[in-house]
Ligand binder design. Structure first.
Ligand code: ADE
Length: 238
């Protein structure tokens, strides 16, 4: 997979993509991310990419011309499956969306800044608009990093343990169960006996029940009405 990201603050994206899983995916040749500075597509001495909003009001608006030049130039190099605009009024990002996007070959992500982009950019070029939650960031860069991370880690071969992405929270509509490691007892706090038993079927059953219980306690909205009404799995937390 290849992801191109267009931004006016490329420095914000160098950190996330030069570490950890994303770096490993790049090194293995499984995924690549390229950050493009929108200012490189601006004209004039000032390399201006934004201007005042027609009709007045506070805040600058990103102009269509530099964005159009950048997107047109990138479209000559590859065919994009989606051209995504990061915006708080987009569709809320979730695990099913990450799963779908992880199947694509080429993605282009445009990060908004200031008051956002001229609406005509969205009408002309954008195929998908994504929000990472009901809050406003100062720009789409951190949101783009979140989306790219969630997508890239799902591509087979990126994670060392192939199955670990499948057991993530949300992957089966449930939160992940608690996990433990050594020591088996810490200041009187014991790891649940079943996890030390070596009995795989029982461990899987315990994990499933713990997942359901945790989901019911913390995110009942994820469970169907019928499921969340059951009382067989009891809460152990106030
Ligand atoms: N840009 C600013 N806020 C954002 C959000 N919540 N999601 C995606 N992009 C954004």
């Amino acid at each position: 997979m290849h992801i191109d990201i267009i931004t006016v603050v490329p420095d914000l994206l160098t950190g996330p993509f030069s570490h950890s899983i994303l770096k490993r995916a790049e090194d293995k040749g499984i995924a690549s991310v390229k950050v493009h500075n929108l200012r490189d597509y601006a004209t004039g001495k000032q390399k201006q990419v934004d201007d005042y909003a027609f009709g007045g009001g506070a805040g600058m608006v990103m102009q269509i011309e530099p964005i159009a030049r950048c997107i047109e130039a990138l479209k000559k190099t590859r065919t994009y499956d989606e051209i995504i605009y990061m915006t708080p009024d987009g569709k809320t990002f979730d695990q099913p969306m990450a799963n779908t996007l992880s199947l694509h070959q080429n993605l282009l992500i445009l990060c908004g800044h200031y008051k956002g982009v001229d609406e005509r950019v969205r009408e002309r070029f954008i195929t998908k608009e994504i929000s990472i939650g009901d809050f406003v960031l100062s720009g789409g860069e951190l949101a783009a990093a979140v989306v790219a991370d969630a997508i890239i880690r799902l591509i087979p071969g990126v994670l060392n343990d192939e199955t670990s992405a499948l057991t993530d929270s949300f992957q089966d509509g449930l939160l992940a169960p608690p996990v433990y490691t050594r020591p088996a007892e810490y200041e009187g706090m014991k790891v649940p006996e079943v996890l030390l038993s070596g009995h795989e079927a029982k461990i899987n059953e315990w994990r499933f029940e713990a997942s359901v219980r945790r989901t019911r306690e913390r995110r009942p909205d994820l469970l169907s009405k019928e499921e969340s009404g059951k009382s067989d799995v009891k809460s152990n937390k106030k």
